[in-house]
Ligand binder design. Structure first.
Ligand code: ITT
Length: 194
């Protein structure tokens, strides 16, 4: 029987909103960890997105014992050797991430401003865990533009717009999270049937 309900192990309301936008049209309801009765914020001390996603999924699954997903994601900047990567959330104080990144990238020429948003979704249920990944390539702009989305979206350029200038639907079609969640859906269909 296809899964129709998942718990999402996150304290990030924007990730939860995007997961709902992507999965609810596919017939999967996403409960927040709080709605499911779990109040977890485990230490994310893994070295990779996959390790951190598993840490978060395991903490919430242990509390709710229902099929659980966790998203660990971040921005990997070529000119910074992949940083901030798994440290994306901890890179700067709240609200200062984009400004700090623009300042670090001040002297980097246009042809070396490539970057990728990476996302790993860990799915965990009584049969064990699986990781699904998604990537979105773009580049780092020179100024913040747009008010949609969250995090680094105002400085991440795809085509001629920043991710924060895209509508939610436009972002979800091309985003790292959209790609990983669609992989998750394919995995669930294969394992549990239509
Ligand atoms: P949880 O661990 O509770 O899920 P978090 O925000 O701490 O929430 P992460 O540890 O995975 O999540 O950190 C990911 C950071 O990477 C996030 O805080 C953003 O700054 C950035 N990020 C991830 N996805 C993004 C997106 O779609 N748009 C912009 N920034 C994003």
């Amino acid at each position: 029987m296809m899964i129709t309900k998942l718990v999402m192990a996150t304290n990030n309301a924007n990730k939860l909103r995007e997961a709902r936008e992507i999965l609810s049209p596919l017939g999967i309801e996403v409960l927040s960890q709080r709605e499911a009765g779990a109040d977890c914020d485990p230490e994310e001390n893994g070295a990779t997105f996959a390790e951190n996603a598993y840490i978060k999924a395991k903490a919430v699954y242990g509390a709710v014992k229902l099929p659980t997903i966790a998203d660990d994601s971040g921005l990997c900047v070529d000119a910074l050797d992949g940083a901030p990567g798994v440290y994306s959330a901890r890179y700067a104080p709240e609200g200062e991430h984009c400004a700090k990144l623009l300042s670090e990238m001040r002297d980097v020429p246009a042809d070396r401003r490539g970057a990728a948003f990476e996302c790993t979704i860990c799915y965990l249920d009584e049969n064990g865990h699986t990781e699904l990944t998604g990537e979105c390539r773009g580049s780092i702009g020179y100024e913040q533009r747009g008010t949609n989305g969250f995090g680094y979206d105002p400085v991440f350029v795809v085509g001629d717009r920043t991710m924060a200038e895209l509508t939610a639907d436009e972002k979800n079609k091309i985003s790292h999270r959209g790609a990983a969640l669609r992989e998750l859906y394919r995995f669930l269909k294969e394992r549990y049937g239509e």
